[in-house]
Ligand binder design. Structure first.
Ligand code: NAD
Length: 263
């Protein structure tokens, strides 16, 4: 093994869903800084455009592709557009996800909220893989990173039942994809963030009581910053993780290791 920079992504294309905000935007900046041609995919045109501008201002390459990840035709078209703009697909970061109000206990959660969350968080990842995998095989293989969450492996008494179920599905699906495609040069890992300071959580954690309730379970005693997730994405996307596949990749400040946390 040489000591060439193994995190270099020169010549590779990375499709990132939900790249208009939070972890997705930060990952777009990080992967582009390592040389990837980033396909910024979001349903929101304005925020996607801002990510593209930020990547370009930093000297990187990015293109915007609008798609709702839960829509079959739009995801097929997004992958086709990614390949036609950049010439291939090597990294697929299925990151788009929602955490809507109304998702609570199994008894209270309305069916339309359940369907919406499962459609975006679980079907969206499935569709990304459905169309992304053939494009990656055509490109000689690559790395899939699917965003689950620490709630895929931990239960909370304050449930968000559709979100938790969707993330458990992402975790199980990712393992199976990892096993099925390992010998064809595709790695797949489930990124499991702990709570991250992004717009997704901001509204929820604006309430100091809710925030304190969450922080008490985190050994590090703080939320993650989006760039701390982006660095994990870079590792999983690049050859630095060449023997890593099928993992439940925790980036959670120690939450899933804790029984009692320090005061
Ligand atoms: P965010 O809300 O900041 O950004 C999500 C992005 O996804 C937005 O740009 C939004 O427009 C886009 N999006 C939403 N629905 C979409 C759809 N149907 N099609 C296309 N794009 C869509 O969120 P974030 O905090 O960066 O979260 C990113 C991922 O990380 C999500 O899957 C989330 O569940 C997961 N996650 C977040 C946390 C956290 O604490 N923030 C913790 C664990 C897991």
């Amino acid at each position: 093994m040489g000591h060439a920079k193994e995190t270099s992504l020169d010549g590779r294309t990375a499709l990132i869903t939900g790249a208009g905000s939070g972890i997705g935007r930060e990952a777009a900046l990080t992967l582009a800084a390592e040389g990837a041609h980033v396909v910024v995919c979001d349903r929101d045109e304005e925020s996607g455009r801002v990510t593209v501008e930020q990547v370009e201002t930093a000297g990187g390459k990015a293109v915007l592709v609008l798609a709702d990840v839960s829509d079959d035709d739009q995801m097929r078209a997004a992958v086709e557009a990614a390949v036609s703009h950049t010439g291939g697909l090597h990294i697929l970061f299925n990151n788009a996800g929602i955490f809507p109000e109304g998702d609570g206990s199994p008894v209270e959660t309305p069916l339309d909220i359940w369907d919406w969350v499962i459609d975006v968080n679980l079907k969206g990842v499935f569709l990304g893989c459905k169309y992304g995998i053939p494009a990656m095989l055509d490109s000689g293989g690559g790395s899939i990173i699917n965003t689950a969450s620490f709630v895929a492996v931990m239960g909370a008494a304050t449930s968000q039942i559709a979100y938790t179920a969707s993330k458990g599905g992402v975790l199980a699906m990712t393992r199976e994809i990892a096993v099925e495609y390992a010998r064809q040069g595709i790695r797949a890992n489930a990124l499991c963030p702990g709570p991250v300071r992004t717009p997704l959580l901001e509204e929820f954690l604006a309430d100091p009581v809710q925030k304190a309730k969450r922080l008490v379970h985190i050994p590090m005693g703080r939320l993650a910053e989006a760039d701390e997730l982006a660095k994990a994405v870079l590792y999983l996307a690049s050859d630095a993780s060449s023997y890593v596949t099928g993992t439940t990749f925790m980036v959670d400040g120690g939450i899933t290791s804790a029984y009692v946390t320090p005061e």
